[in-house]
Design a protein around this ligand. Structure first.
Ligand SMILES: Cc1cc2nc3c(=O)[nH]c(=O)nc-3n(C[C@H](O)[C@H](O)[C@H](O)COP(=O)(O)O)c2cc1C
Length: 175
């Protein structure tokens, strides 16, 4: 099996991370993979925000927890020290497809590089809030963007999750 196919089969969502930071050169490679995702019309209407700053990471976790309705103190990022937030232009009809593909590339690249990842949702709600809009403004992002997902990143703590069997009867052939 090719290495790419093997990586696709063995990538799992990680929900327990070590506290060690992912080095910037590895983050850069993961981000690069996101930049090369296919996009509708080749428009590249997605952006990514790397968050490795602990203060902001914790604030995002707190807002995400609030949106998710969990008890205060729960960390929906499972202790991951880093994340890449994917957003796409609000005006772009393919925004969810394009952003999801970027997320897929990020997760696969992370796995290839020995980094655990998990798609953490509720980015849409975060960036609909004034708090999220202010964050974009503070980064000089003026256009309107929709949050697609957060890719939580870090070194895997504990046992690597087993691959659940695939549900049957999900493929149809017309030959
Ligand atoms: C659109 C989407 C949203 C997700 N949101 C979350 C989330 O908020 N929290 C979480 O722990 N996992 C989240 N996941 C991860 C899924 O739960 C996970 O992919 C699924 O259980 C299959 O496991 P695997 O990724 O190991 O194959 C999300 C995945 C997708 C595709």
């Amino acid at each position: 099996m090719s290495d790419v196919l093997q990586k696709m089969e063995t990538r799992r969502s990680i929900r327990k991370f070590k506290g060690d930071m992912v080095p910037q050169d590895i983050m850069d490679k993961i981000i690069e993979a996101g930049l090369y995702a296919a996009s509708g019309h080749g428009e590249q209407n997605t952006i990514m925000i790397q968050v490795t700053n602990k203060e902001l990471r914790d604030k995002i976790s707190q807002m995400n927890c609030q949106i998710g309705g969990w008890k205060e103190g729960f960390d929906p990022f499972y202790g991951a020290p880093a994340m890449i937030i994917v957003l796409a232009k609000k005006s772009w009809p393919n925004r969810v497809y394009d952003g999801s593909l970027v997320m897929g590339n990020l997760m696969l690249a992370a796995h290839e590089l020995g980094i655990g990842s998990c798609w953490i949702h509720r980015a849409k709600e975060e960036f609909e809030m004034d708090w999220g809009k202010e964050l974009l403004k503070s980064l000089g992002i003026e256009e309107e963007y929709e949050g697609i997902g957060h890719c939580a990143l870090g070194y895997v703590e504990g046992e690597y999750p087993k691959t659940p069997a695939r549900k049957p009867n999900r493929v149809f052939y017309v030959k």
